[in-house]
Design a protein around this ligand. Structure first.
Ligand code: NAP
Length: 475
């Protein structure tokens, strides 16, 4: 049992001023694995006051000191590799291979990539008649979701620390333990008192309190559009800067010269990785009409190679949904697809055979559904893909862009001109051609309702800075 009912404020683990706690469950076993504090407004006020008090000194630290701090954090993070992996398997149900290769590694890469970005970052600039200086923004409130317990918070923490800003952060209540471990890492790495403060609690209390707090200068939020919109409205009251990393419904466009096995594997791994609970995953696939049947046959043949089950098993590709609520939401969408007469290519409603305990879904793909229906347009956040056919590349691009979202896009094929054409014309923040590896130095974020602002590397640091122009500065 993990009983972490203390808050980390001003460099100390202190008791919450409230008695209430929030239980945390393992989604693979449905058993309670621990509890966190359901923090109070009082806890939040103390954390904000600590971050405010720490800001003037921390903002004055040198670039070299902050690079060293990020390097120390990366070292302490590496030392706790097994603990971090085990905690994420338990609280999220993320399978062992994915937790090690993606969840754990992404968190580490953000600290290293941000330290690298900081080495070359231009904090000042001389222009003809002006001097431009980028100052740390102040106290930042960070709010994160459950689907990547260390990745989401690591990119925000790394950027904030690189900029000279101080922080109050609130992780998701489903997956708080990785963040608690990350806070221990900050402490061990020598983050000065008050620079990073952790307040666990409900979104409606602590999250809402952060976006309404008059002494927080900037809110960096990752989560749903519904909550993002609420945060923006709250922030508007005192003109608080807000950065939002929100949902997606990303397209995969397949060229007619693509290898059908590569296409089928790309489709399956997009929707099944992290049980479909990835904001940037491809969930709508556009296939040339003549390739549809061979794609369907290949998917049906390959799906058994992607086992669903116990996340601790090294052979498992897909674990459970994070919670019962999330499982019910996914089941509801699958039922809608069936009721609307979609062709069920693989999967379907209910749990996979033999998995009665745990919030397991089936890897599901539908063909023959309308472009404007719920399954084609709404973010499901589960292993459900809709498959469409197209006749011309221009038609595929238009269909790919017919969504309120613009977080990511994918292209699979060979012809360089067509790969370029599709990649350059999808309206989204990140396009991946032929499963290219991620680049942690490049910006991440969304067009349209997928968000405002960018994270990762130098673009991430930029979000936590305010440019100041000085005219007539004595040379
Ligand atoms: P969510 O319900 O919006 O929750 C996100 C965070 O906000 C949690 O910490 C939550 O706390 C907190 N929260 C809830 N209500 C709040 C309020 N009124 N004010 C302030 N904070 C509040 O999202 P989720 O279900 O955790 O995550 C899934 C969503 O995140 C999906 O839409 C996904 O696409 C998006 N996402 C986007 C990115 C990206 O980079 N663009 C990355 C990952 C996920 P509690 O946990 O205590 O409720």
């Amino acid at each position: 049992m993990y009983n972490y009912t203390k808050q980390y404020i001003n460099g100390e683990w202190i008791a919450s001023t409230g008695e209430e706690t929030i239980d945390v469950y393992n989604p693979a076993t449905e058993e309670k694995i621990g509890a966190i504090s359901s923090g109070t407004e009082d806890d939040l006020n103390k954390a904000v006051a600590a971050a405010r008090a720490a800001f003037p000194d921390y903002a004055k630290t040198t670039r070299e000191e902050r690079i060293q701090l990020l390097e120390n954090i990366a070292t302490e993070y590496e030392k706790r590799k097994d603990k971090l992996i085990n905690i994420m398997i338990e609280e999220l149900g993320s399978p062992l291979f994915f937790t090690e290769e993606v969840q754990y590694t992404m968190g580490y890469n953000h600290f290293k990539a941000t330290a690298d970005a900081l080495r070359n970052f231009e904090f000042t600039e001389d222009r003809e008649n002006s001097f431009i200086q980028k100052d740390a923004i102040g106290v930042a409130g960070l709010i994160t979701p459950w689907n990547f317990p260390t990745n989401q918070i690591s990119t925000k923490l790394a950027s904030a620390l690189a900029s000279g800003s101080t922080v109050v952060f609130k992780p998701a209540s489903y997956t708080p333990f990785a963040s608690i471990l990350l806070t221990e890492i900050m402490d061990a790495a020598g983050v000065p008192k008050g620079v990073v403060n952790l307040v666990n609690g409900k979104g409606s209390t602590i999250g809402n309190g952060i976006s309404n707090h008059p002494d927080i200068d900037f809110v960096s939020f990752t989560g749903s559009g519904k909550v993002g919109s609420q945060i923006m409205q709250n922030g508007a009251k005192d003109i608080k800067k807000v950065a939002l990393e929100l949902g997606g419904k990303s397209p995969i466009v397949v060229l007619d010269d693509a290898d059908v096995e590569t296409v089928a594997r790309t489709a399956i791994s997009n929707i099944a990785s992290n049980t479909g609970q990835i904001c940037s995953t491809g969930t709508r696939i556009f296939i040339p009409k003549g390739m549809y049947q061979s794609f369907v046959d290949m998917v049906q043949k390959l799906v058994p190679e992607y086992p669903v089950g116990d996340p601790k098993d090294e052979n498992t590709f897909m674990g459970p949904q994070v919670s019962k609520d999330q499982w019910e939401k996914v089941q509801d969408y699958i039922q809608q697809g069936i009721d609307q007469g979609g062709d069920l290519i693989v999967g379907g409603a209910g749990k996979p055979e033999g998995l009665t305990t745990g919030y397991y879904s089936r890897i599901t793909m539908f063909g023959n559904l309308p472009h404007d229906g719920a399954l084609a347009q709404e973010e499901i956040f589960g292993p459900v893909m809709t498959v469409f056919t197209y006749e011309t590349i221009d038609e595929a691009i238009t269909l790919a862009n017919t969504t309120i979202y613009g977080l990511a896009g994918y292209v699979v094929g060979n012809d360089p001109d067509n790969l370029r054409k599709v990649a350059k014309n999808i309206r989204a923040g990140r396009i991946t051609i032929n499963n290219a590896a991620p680049d942690f130095s490049a910006p991440f974020g969304g067009f349209k309702q997928s968000g405002i602002g960018r994270e990762w590397g130098d673009y991430g640091i930029e979000e936590f800075l305010e440019p100041k122009t000085i005219l007539g500065l004595p040379k």
